[in-house]
Design a protein around this ligand. Structure first.
Ligand SMILES: [Zn+2]
Length: 239
């Protein structure tokens, strides 16, 4: 089982840990704790470097597998032995860009729900770019500039972002979480991590976010596509 350091401190750029398991065929290691985000909820995984016994391994992919986080190592150096102490560093410019982007997506989601009552059905992002799908029957191209202005206004209000880990029962009492499909959470999950943009948006979410919307900068709606009568896709860029 890997302790997920990024869940409680998304600003952690480096960390010490121990190699618990080595998967030779996959060229991957499982650590006892990690700051690497393994991907999920539309946010891609982190990249970076692991240092073990004077050898540096590029971390080329990270993936969650059950309760473990697998770090896939590039290069051709001999894999470390289980029990080795290691030091990890994130590619911080990539991660911080993803934090700004992920928070921007939640501001978009909260603003569109508040102003138009439209629900999100999916989304995806890469550093400083993202797309979000809405059930948004009345969406029209003309609304793009209106949505962009409203989102940028919320970003400028410098809303604080609060992350909490709640017992499942408590989270299920929160009406805002019901609309974001918290009821789809598998039964075995006893704790729910929530990300709240205070005054705007509250979601069950495993991703890494900035502390304040002012860190996002601003967004531009780059494109908009109708995917049918109801489903509409909005593309944003973070600048
Ligand atoms: Zn999210």
């Amino acid at each position: 089982m890997t302790e997920l350091l990024y869940q409680t401190d998304s600003y952690l750029q480096e960390f010490d840990s121990v190699v618990n398991t080595v998967l030779t065929e996959e060229r991957a290691v499982i650590l006892d704790r990690t700051a690497f985000y393994p991907g999920g909820g539309g946010q891609p995984c982190d990249l970076g470097t692991l240092f073990v016994d004077g050898v540096s391994f590029p971390v080329i992919k990270v993936k969650k597998q059950g309760e473990d986080v697998l770090h896939f190592l590039g290069g051709d150096a001999h894999l470390p032995a289980p029990g080795s102490a290691c030091h990890g560093t994130l590619n911080w410019s990539r991660r911080y860009s993803l934090m700004r982007t992920h928070t921007a997506m939640h501001v978009l989601c909260g603003t569109v729900f508040r102003d138009y009552g439209a629900l999100v059905t999916g989304g995806d992002m890469e550093p400083l770019k993202g797309r979000m799908d809405f059930e948004f029957e009345n969406m029209r191209g003309e609304l793009v500039r209106e949505i962009e202005a409203a989102v940028n206004e919320e970003i400028k209000k410098a809303h604080e972002i609060r992350v909490r880990i709640l017992p499942r029962d408590e989270a299920f009492q929160i009406p805002d979480l019901i609309r974001t499909k918290i009821n789809l959470l598998p039964e075995g999950i006893m704790q729910v991590r929530t990300v709240e943009i205070v005054g705007l948006d509250l979601q069950a979410d495993g991703g890494t976010h900035v502390r304040n919307t002012s860190e996002v900068g601003s967004i531009r709606v780059a494109d908009y596509k109708s995917k049918g009568a109801i489903n509409k896709r909005i593309y944003i860029e973070v600048v």
